[in-house]
Design a protein around this ligand. Structure first.
Ligand code: ADP
Length: 359
């Protein structure tokens, strides 16, 4: 009975092996072919060498023949294994795209190997599922953030009304200040989440226009004046005249966030250095602060959503700023880099093409 069962499964297996190959068997077959070929080639070379030289082969000659056949076998196995492993390499490349958040990637194959066909199919199903949950999640996040805005605005409005009332005691005034501070933080947070989800869902029209980048950066510095004045921060600014094509509303978030962070992390009376240069069709903005810099282990995470490496400033931010900055820079086909400077502090460098046709 057992034997029949085995026979039966062998039959099924045999059937599919006619149309498709089993990966294990394929490897055995390939190795066998390679070694047989190498051995046959070696024998042929020995034979030919024997005929040419007439006398029996000397030991050094035999070593040469052996080396030659090994090299030949090696080249063949590398070529064949490359061919066999190419579907796996494709799968690996597609997986790393998915890991970076690209859920549109799909794999097609004409391979006759059953395992490869099945893993490609499973991969496609997995990515489709992941993509749909991502869309659902993003839609939910965006809806919730939107719905949060109205009650937050109402709380802020009533708190401001209370603040303007004459009958408020000193203690109540303190509470009102705290309510206002936290509603502003919530407004910033929901605004950040909303903008981020819009960018991630490509719901924002890039709306490129030509504008003065140096002017925009200057405006960002001025709009943060309250913060840097309070800390007595000194600015060393060298901004070259730069006309850029991009989305001014989105790009202003980049400068505001980077300058805000530089001020936040610099000590009282510290210095922030900024420069804007353009060359080879790109604008290069650099901002250096005099703060503690960023720990090496945190550098690769600071662009992640809600990541705050330095908890001492947690109250002043929400960990969304740099995630937004990176995405905005990326949709303008630019790059952002960060490093610790030799003296002290962190340096952020944004490189943007002057004409980022990001459609
Ligand atoms: P946050 O709102 O917390 O500032 P960001 O996304 O802007 O959020 O920054 C993420 C984290 O990166 C910060 O919490 C901080 O730990 C680190 N970081 C950003 N800019 C600097 C800087 N100039 N110097 C030191 N650390 C920084």
């Amino acid at each position: 009975m057992k034997k029949r069962k085995d026979k039966k499964s062998g039959k099924i297996c045999g059937k599919w092996m006619v149309r498709n190959y089993n990966l294990k068997l394929l490897f055995i077959l390939i190795t066998f072919v390679i070694y047989s070929f190498a051995a046959a080639a070696a024998a042929l070379i020995v034979l030919l060498a024997g005929k040419i030289i007439v006398k029996p082969m000397s030991i050094p000659n035999f070593i040469w023949v052996a080396i030659l056949s090994v090299v030949l076998g090696l080249i063949l196995s590398v070529l064949v294994s490359k061919m066999v492993l190419s579907p796996i390499t494709r799968l690996e490349k597609a997986m790393s795209k998915v890991a970076k958040g690209d859920f549109a990637v799909r794999l097609e194959t004409n391979s006759k190997v059953e395992e490869i066909k099945r893993s490609y199919d499973s991969f496609n199903i997995m990515v489709k599922e992941l993509g749909s949950t991502e869309i659902l999640q993003a839609g939910f996040v965006s809806d919730v953030s939107h719905e949060f805005r109205t009650p937050i605005n109402a709380i802020e409005g009533y708190a401001m009304l209370l603040q303007s009332s004459d009958s408020v005691t000193e203690e109540q005034e303190e509470y009102i200040e705290k309510i206002l501070l936290n509603t502003r933080r919530l407004t910033e947070l929901t605004g950040g989440i909303l903008l981020l989800s819009k960018i991630e869902n490509s719901a924002i029209e890039p709306k490129c226009e030509l504008f003065s980048l140096d002017e925009q950066i200057r405006q960002a510095i001025v709009s943060l004046e309250m913060k840097w004045q309070k800390k007595g921060i000194d600015f060393d600014v060298d901004l070259e005249k730069t006309q850029i094509s991009g989305n001014p509303n989105l790009l202003s978030h980049v400068w505001l966030n980077l300058i805000d962070n530089a001020v936040k992390f610099s000590p009282e009376g510290g210095c922030v250095k900024m420069s804007l240069k353009n060359f080879s069709g790109t604008a290069r903005f650099s901002i250096r602060d005099s703060g503690p810099g960023i720990k090496e282990e945190d550098i690769s995470h600071i662009f992640d959503k809600f990541y705050q490496a330095d908890n001492s400033h947690g109250k002043e931010g929400n960990g969304l700023g740099l995630a937004l900055v990176k995405r905005i820079v990326n949709i303008h086909r630019g790059i952002i880099e960060v490093r610790n400077t030799e003296g002290s502090g962190a340096e952020f460098i944004v490189t943007l093409p002057l004409n980022s046709d990001n459609k």
